[in-house]
Design a protein around this ligand. Structure first.
Ligand code: ADP
Ligand code: MG
Length: 852
């Protein structure tokens, strides 16, 4: 059984043989000049072009790379590192304990993949190898350290930054350049977000990643592939096509404008609220112009502004530059939101004002502060932490503040919209030759089940002499912290360095309080920046140092022992409570006793810790407390110990199941739909002008068919005269409708400069696609929550979800088609249309700055 999941014995033999060959070649390549060594890269590419496989050149390529490392870094890769790299050319996960030297394995392995990725004579066909690190600091560190080696091997190497620098233009080009390298360092998060961004651009030239994503090597693979597997990455930011978020000033202006407040507009906006988009009747129009300032459709939340009204909105706008175009759009949205806040959302029906405290107003008076809290239409209860998206929440808040007439204040929210989402399992599936990875602690079974990856447990160079003491269980947190403090004091007295790992910041806080009371000095790290973390973690091996860190802090940074520390017993690692996964416990334990050095670990646990309480509840636990000694609260009963162990097992089982379901849902639904949509979008983006016309003509054909299938002809009655098309024979009727739509399309084209018209259509269509996709994603998320949110979901639930999601996708496509066709025929409508999205949102969303 084990051999199916892990790298087979046969392979291990083969790999060991390769390693011997690499050793035999060592003298040959060490006699090469730098120039001769450099030229080997092209040699290898040539061999690969001539039909040799990577397998054939493996010993030579690894020997050359080892030689390059020796020359540029001054260290000689160990056999274990050669073995791991050779194994990784088979797309596997190499498990290597902390400190065994995974950074060099990265170089060796990426060299092999890069040779394949860049073997083509035509450089435009070259792909990149991405090395995905656990944090940004490591990406930068590894790039800086290793680029000397890559440069000797004639490979370009760079790293992509996550942070938006102040100089945004420079930032863009730096990123584009980095992605054009043969070896690209970055965090998985950065690259995944850039990929999502690339699929929302309005023209192909603004993409970040312009080279094939050939292969990814994932460092600390358990983190990205397991721990973070089912948390979707949510790309949020301003509306697509819009480079600026709508600021407070604009919202305020828009609310005043819509209300017809003096100094803004002479009269209140004239608005028609219509139940359904399909009731968009010709009598709302006159000569292609709306008879109202604006229309609001209740069913899909679209807002349409008349030309005249738009002109008024834009009045006072000075230039016609690109920036002002964006400003137009922002104003457009601000006004649309203000209209929705005024005519669509109702206080005490859709939302209520809840008092949340007091604050000083600008004039210094103390006023009450209210929050706009949404009401669930299903239950009538307040939806906590839920906000309207896309600027609507802000518009409602501003409106309420205006209405208060200065009597009270409204708490303001910040806005984001979901532009796109992806999970890591889906993201890493995008690499042409898949992924391989390195990890200190793996879960052989899960890597195989979820990713189909085998794990190779690379033997440590020297046997580990780490001492793991038995976990101590205490009745309460208080007892536990006291015991930990006592333990710290005892070891600190002898100057032995101590690393205390906590499961979260809250736990760090609790522990630090106890340490402070006892006058114990320590350094603390959590959620600060990676660089500080790395620096502090590197200090953790000094005599007398006490470091309190959350589990993730400083991951990937080596803890070197100060002289003399080994004789004190090495680093002592304390875990304040067990994690929801034993793999993470092992990860923390692996921080000490690297490379055969001494070290010791011990875990603590209390019956009040989340892991136990979640499973057993306070009531049952108080019954268990009778098993502890009243002296120090230590629980010695083996029965209780078993229960505590079980808690972790159950938790692991649940997360495993969740990851499996999540992966399945992602694969069957999100991936499928995302790929379809991105494909269509890219087709339009890259299409020649003639092709754009064909795409729309085809759309008209498809849409006509759909309308007849669904009996929904009314959906185009604002575009053509249906009576004139009518025929008793349905196929003739259909043909007439199709021809009539085509005619109208052709006619409308005739009124414009064709090239400009097509570019307008392309841009509009992309906007429409993006805004529908955004609201579709929100609907999907809601559906995921309502169908799969309940703990024990089974396969049939996924099937239900799949069915409903595909129907939703179909509906979205039809709406997109309808709107694109409407625009194509009536481009002069200049719809300032805008989607409402009133989803309940409680998931964690990472704010991602727009890079464009
Ligand atoms: P890991 O990522 O597996 O935890 P690192 O790559 O950070 O380990 O390496 C740990 C330490 O061992 C680093 O200081 C590194 O320079 C050193 N090291 C790695 N490989 C070698 C080698 N072949 N010879 C000498 N030192 C090495
Ligand atoms: Mg490492």
């Amino acid at each position: 059984m084990e051999d199916l999941l892990s790298y087979t014995k046969l392979n291990r033999k083969r790999i060991n043989r390769i390693c011997r060959e690499v050793n035999d070649l060592e003298n040959k390549y060490s006699s090469f000049s730098d120039k001769e060594l450099s030229s080997m890269t092209d040699e290898f590419r040539l061999s690969l072009r001539n039909g040799k496989t990577i397998e054939d050149i493996l010993p030579d390529a690894l020997a050359v790379c080892r030689e390059a490392i020796k020359r540029r870094l001054g260290i000689r890769p160990f056999d274990t590192q050669i073995i791991a790299a050779a194994a990784m050319s088979d797309n596997i996960i190499a498990e290597m304990k902390t400190g065994e030297g995974k950074t060099l394995v990265q170089i060796l392995s990426s060299y092999l993949y890069a040779l394949e990725a860049t073997k083509d004579i035509d450089k435009s066909k070259w792909g990149s190898v991405h090395i995905l690190t656990a944090n940004e600091y490591l990406a930068q560190r590894d790039k800086e350290q290793n680029e000397k080696v890559f440069s000797l091997l004639k490979l370009s190497c760079d790293y992509v930054e996550d942070k938006v620098n102040s100089n945004r233009k420079d930032y863009r080009s730096k990123k584009v350049k980095a992605y054009n390298s043969d070896i690209v360092y970055g965090t998985a998060k950065t690259v995944a977000f850039d990929y999502l961004d690339d699929n929302q651009v309005k023209d192909a030239s603004s993409r970040f990643i312009n080279r094939k994503m050939y292969h990814a090597i994932i460092d600390e693979a358990d983190d990205i592939l397991l721990d973070q597997a089912n948390r979707p990455l949510v790309l949020s930011g301003p509306m697509p096509g819009l480079d600026i978020t709508i600021n407070d000033k604009e919202i305020k202006w828009a609310c005043n404008f819509v209300h017809g407040i003096k100094g803004y507009r002479s009269k209140k906006a004239n608005v028609a609220v219509i139940d359904r988009y399909s009731q968009f009747r010709l009598d709302l129009l006159y000569g292609g112009e709306l008879l109202y300032d604006a229309l609001i459709f209740k069913d899909n939340g679209r807002v349409i502004l008349s030309n005249e009204f738009q002109d008024e909105i834009y009045k006072g706008q000075k230039s016609n530059s690109l920036e002002s175009q964006e400003e137009y759009f922002a104003k457009d949205i601000a006004v649309s939101n203000a209209l929705l806040a005024e005519y669509y959302y109702k206080r005490d029906k859709d939302y209520v004002l809840v008092e949340v405290g007091t604050a000083k107003d600008k004039d210094g008076t103390i006023k009450k502060v209210y929050e706009v809290a949404l009401i669930s239409q299903a239950t009538g209860r307040i939806l906590h932490k839920t906000k309207y998206r896309n600027g609507i929440q802000q518009a409602i808040e501003t409106k309420e503040e205006l209405l208060s007439g200065g009597k009270y204040l409204i708490k303001k929210s910040t806005d984001y919209i979901i532009r796109s989402t992806i999970t890591y399992p889906s993201f890493v599936g995008l690499y042409e030759t898949g992924i391989s990875g390195m990890t200190g602690t793996s879960d052989v079974e899960e890597f195989n089940e979820i990713y189909g990856l085998q794990t190779y447990v690379v033997p440590t160079r020297k046997p580990s002499i780490r001492k793991d003491e038995e976990t101590e269980i205490y009745a309460t947190k208080r007892y536990k912290y006291r015991a930990i403090v006592k333990d710290i004091k005892k070891h600190h007295r002898r100057q032995q360095p101590i690393l205390v790992g906590t499961t979260c910041v809250k736990e760090s806080n609790e522990l630090c309080k106890y340490l402070d009371v006892n006058g114990i000095k320590y350094q603390r790290l959590d959620a600060v920046n990676d660089k500080d973390e790395a620096y502090k973690i590197a200090q953790a091996g000094r005599k007398g140092m006490i470091t309190i860190a959350t589990n993730m802090a400083g991951r990937g940074t080596d803890i070197k022992l100060e002289e003399g520390v080994a004789s004190l017993g090495g680093l002592y690692v304390i875990g304040t409570s067990k994690n929801s996964s034993s793999r993470i416990d092992r990860q923390l334990m692996g921080r000490c006793a690297r490379q055969g050095l001494p070290g010791k670990t011990k875990y603590y646990q209390s019956l009040e810790d989340d892991l136990v309480i979640l499973r057993y509840g306070k009531y049952k636990l108080s019954a268990m407390k009778k098993y502890y000694s009243t002296d120090d609260g230590l629980v010695t009963s083996s029965k209780v110990k078993k229960i505590v162990d079980k808690c972790q097992k159950i938790e692991e089982g649940i997360s495993k199941q969740n990851r499996k379901t999540s992966k399945e849902v992602e694969l069957k639904i999100f991936d499928l739909q995302r790929n379809k949509l991105f494909e269509q979008r890219n087709k339009l983006l890259n299409a020649s002008q003639k092709e754009v016309l064909n795409i729309i003509i085809k759309m008209i054909g498809d849409y006509t068919n759909t309308m007849f299938e669904n009996n929904e002809l009314f959906k185009v009655k604002h575009l053509i005269d249906l009576d004139k098309c009518y025929d008793e024979d349905e196929s003739k009727y259909k043909d007439n409708v199709y021809k009539s739509l085509l005619m109208s399309f052709k006619k409308s084209r005739g009124n414009y400069n064709v090239s400009e018209y097509i570019e307008y259509l392309r841009g509009r269509t992309l906007d429409i696609v993006d805004s529908y996709w955004i609201s579709h994603l929100m609907n999907l998320e809601e559906m995921r929550k309502s169908i799969l949110g309940i703990a024990n979901f089974g396969l049939s639930d996924i099937d239900t979800f799949e069915r409903m999601a595909s129907r939703l996708f179909q509906n979205m496509n039809e709406s997109i088609q309808n709107e694109v066709i409407t625009y194509s025929i009536m481009p002069n409508l200049k719809f300032g249309s805008y989607v409402i999205s009133n989803s309940d949102d409680e998931e964690e969303v990472k704010k991602h700055e727009s890079n464009h």
